[in-house]
Design a protein. Structure first.
Lengths: 216, 599
């Protein structure tokens, strides 16, 4: 089992989750790898992707796991990189005994939101200092973790799962409160956090799985 | 730095727009397979497809021309598809000109634009795309600052209705022509007048502003054809779309032309002479397509795959290739009787069998020269039911020349017979039969090019007559094509120069995407014909042999006398055998060697 961490930006950020799955499978086959197929009446290649993000949001932390007859994860990644469309580039790879359970353990997603400007001047600075003072609708902010990055950007960690906060809804709320004109193209996904015993980055989870088989 | 700032604003605006439209991936490019555009000072060309991305990216012609142009040392070629209504409105609202997929360059900035015209009901979309590009509609109104506009594709069979919009029209198969046009453009860069003049000397190029004597009965331009498909350029690493398109798989073209002589079929005569690819070529190309695209399926394309002379041995090898690569084969319009069942069972399991008798009685099938007998239909169904099919699609045409209500009842008889056969074979009654009827449209370059089309009222009556007869048969679904589309298609298929002003009016009155049934704005068309004082019915009437046809100045290889004699034979119900065993003498072999002669 090989897991790849990859980007999804530029023109690829407009590709839907389902289309992405087909796109990855085709790239793998172009690169000359033979995926393993599921058993059963209608065999399909075994490929699992991290949870979908809204169309139009860029990401530098997408993951997919594939069952493949190949020993060397890094070699697989390098070959694959030659056969991907614009905006999809592999940045890390892991080899594990079993299928990682990224979607199952996913608990929060971290985004950076850049170029936050408002006609209301100081409100941005005030907001970035103490976002909890502002009552966003549906408690979006209270359920999220926000920290300031610079004068006009922030990093937010939004919960997934039951209390899911979508980045597009988050930005909509920001626009309503702060009188900004942000859109989803101001946001970029930085990382995916998992809740496995404790909250860890997906990269850490995968490395531990690769090394010690800790979560198998 | 000013320009850069503008560029950023421009990019930001596009990004903003893309957030508000359906399927933004249609407009951004970035797919795998786009060549690197690193040529120095190249001729900038763009292929324009006046329908949406999903349809255009399924078109083989576009892929071939893209390959031909980008393979040239000093040419780059990009793509542009018609933006769907939401995107069109956003572009207008933000004053952003329509741009190419690859480099987001406004269409106006290209050296030439090559429009691919696949069907008549897309002519208003030419204007839609020109308007979004801020390019004037009429060739006479465009100076040197605008790109050279070229049209080509199947609609080049009768270019007159849209000829005023273009500088150059490439007739027939475009792979050689487009390359020569590009060469002329490079030599005469910036001098549009010289380009157009020089292009008129290229075989197969029709220049409306130079070929003025076209209504004098002389043949002025000869349709060019690819002489040898085994060595012709073919896209073996086509662009792989990022979003799901209509035909989401690479296409392997088996041969061009057709061995059958169905008298209503334009494609059969347009793509003559028959030129087949060798099985060795096909297998090599299939392997490359599978490897280079990584797609899950491969589809075989030709006008009648079952007629490919080496089908059985070729398919045997292709199936091995498919199984080794874990891909499925899509084999369209197969005649089940022409193949062993073993081979069919290896192709993609479609849930239903498609069969097109086209007409309900043997008499009418003889008239149209669709040489299928009731026995053939029965045999095909038996094979299909044996293989476990329980869903059948039947295609018919209504309004064919000489058709009577008896012929329509013949359609009902066929449906009943298929149903009974299924019961006899399976002792079950769970069959699904989908019956689709299209209205006959007389098309240029067919023996029926002189025939009339029935009135819209009559189309409606015959459709309703059939529906009444069919509605009580259980398990049968019936749909028929929109009569307004069929009528307009007939008008523009055989139309003349006068229609270009109607197209402009119709676009101004709100018509676009006319081939999309839900977008058809017939009121706009009715109003436009009135405003231009043109009676569209004049174009759907029977035409006499003495009348000059708007496409008569083009030599398509197939001789006028052959078409006439086929029309006369049809009136007497005499059939003409397909070309497989014996050449039927259409005349197209003067253009290139016809594979029929090899048999």
């Amino acid at each position: 089992m090989i897991t790849i961490k990859h980007t999804k930006d530029s023109t690829a950020k407009y590709v839907s989750h389902l289309d992405m799955q087909r796109l990855l499978m085709r790239a793998i086959k172009r690169a000359g790898f033979i995926p393993k197929y599921s058993m059963g009446h209608n065999p399909h290649p075994i490929l699992k992707m991290s949870p979908p993000i809204p169309l139009g949001v860029a990401s530098e932390a997408e993951y997919f796991s594939v069952a493949i007859e190949h020993e060397n994860a890094a070699g697989f990644m390098d070959s694959l990189n030659l056969f991907l469309p614009t905006g999809v580039q592999c940045i890390n790879s892991w080899k594990t005994e079993r299928m990682p359970r990224i979607t199952r353990y996913a608990t929060a997603t971290t985004y950076v939101v850049e170029s936050i400007y408002s006609s209301d001047g100081d409100i941005i600075a005030e907001f970035l200092q103490e976002p909890r003072k502002y009552s966003f609708k549906d408690n979006i902010v209270n359920n999220s973790f926000i920290r300031e990055l610079g004068k006009s950007s922030l990093i937010c960690t939004l919960p997934t799962g039951h209390q899911n906060v979508r980045i597009d809804k988050f930005i909509e709320s920001m626009n309503a409160i702060l009188n900004t004109k942000l859109s989803i193209s101001n946001a970029k996904k930085l990382s995916l956090l998992l809740s496995v015993e404790k909250i860890i980055d997906t990269d850490v989870y995968l490395s531990e799985m690769q090394n010690g088989d800790r979560y198998n | 730095m000013k320009i850069l700032e503008n560029k950023e604003v421009y990019d930001d605006t596009i990004k903003h727009i893309l957030e508000h439209v359906e399927k933004p991936a249609r407009y951004v490019g970035g797919e795998f397979g786009i060549p690197k555009f690193d040529k120095k000072n190249p001729l900038k060309t763009c292929l324009v497809f006046p329908d949406i991305y999903e349809i255009g990216m399924s078109n083989l012609g576009i892929k071939i021309l893209y390959e031909v142009l980008n393979n040239k040392d000093d040419v780059i070629c990009e793509r542009c598809f018609a933006p769907w209504l939401d995107m069109g409105a956003e572009l207008k609202k933000h004053s952003i000109e329509l741009f190419s997929l690859e480099t987001k360059t406004p269409l106006k900035e290209f050296d030439f634009l090559g429009f691919s015209l696949q069907y008549e009901l897309i002519y208003t979309n030419i204007l839609y795309m020109l308007e979004l590009s801020k390019i004037p509609f009429l060739a006479t109104e465009r100076g040197d600052e605008y790109p050279v506009l070229i049209a080509g594709g199947p609609c080049s069979v009768n270019p007159e209705p849209y000829a005023d919009f273009f500088d150059i029209i490439s007739l027939g198969e475009g792979e050689d022509t487009i390359s020569q046009i590009a060469d002329v453009c490079i030599v005469n860069r910036g001098n549009k007048k010289a380009i157009i003049e020089e292009c008129s000397k290229i075989p197969g190029v029709y220049v409306p502003s130079i070929h003025l004597e076209r209504m004098k009965g002389k043949k002025l331009v000869v349709k060019p054809v690819v002489k040898d498909l085994d060595i012709a350029p073919y896209p073996l690493s086509p662009i792989v779309p990022n979003l799901s398109v209509i035909h989401d798989r690479p296409v392997l073209e088996l041969y061009r032309g057709c061995f059958s002589n169905c008298r209503f079929c334009q494609a059969s005569f347009f793509y003559r002479p028959v030129r087949i690819k060798k099985p060795e070529t096909l297998l090599k190309q299939a392997e490359a397509l599978i490897k280079n695209t990584g797609c899950e399926e491969l589809s075989l394309s030709s006008l009648s795959t079952g007629d490919y002379p080496f089908l059985e041995p070729f398919l045997k090898e292709l199936i091995v290739l498919a199984e080794n690569n874990k891909i499925q084969l899509q084999v369209p319009s197969l005649r089940l009787d022409s193949l062993s069942q073993e081979l069919i069972s290896h192709t993609r399991k479609t849930s239903s069998l498609t069969f097109a008798p086209e007409a309900g009685t043997q008499r009418l099938r003889n008239v149209i020269n669709k040489n299928i007998t009731d026995e053939d239909i029965e045999n095909t169904m038996k094979i299909a039911f044996n293989m476990g099919y329980r869903s059948v699609k039947l295609y018919f045409m209504i309004g064919l020349p000489t058709e009577t209500d008896e012929d329509l009842l013949g359609i009902v008889e066929i449906i009943k017979r298929v149903k009974n056969l299924y019961f006899e074979f399976t002792k079950r009654r769970d069959i699904n039969i989908h019956v689709s009827t299209a209205v006959f449209v007389p098309k240029p370059l067919t023996p029926f090019q002189w025939a009339g089309q029935i009135s819209m009222r009559e189309m409606k009556r015959r459709g309703q007559f059939l529906r009444e007869e069919i509605k009580n048969i259980k398990g049968v679904k019936f749909n028929w094509s929109d009569e307004r589309s069929s009528f307009l298609e007939a008008v523009f298929a055989r139309g003349d120069k006068n229609l270009s002003k109607v197209i402009i009016k119709a676009y101004e009155n709100g018509a676009k995407f006319d081939s999309w049934t839900d977008q058809m704005n017939f009121e706009a068309w009715e109003k436009s014909f009135k405003q231009c004082d043109i009676n569209p019915m004049n174009y759907t009437k029977e035409i006499g042999y003495q009348e000059l046809l708007p496409w008569e100045f083009i030599d398509f290889g197939v001789s006028d006398n052959y078409l006439k004699s086929e029309y006369e034979k049809s009136k007497l119900g005499i059939t003409t055998e397909g070309c497989k065993r014996k050449c039927s003498g259409c005349g197209a072999n003067k253009l290139a060697k016809c594979s029929v002669e090899n048999n």
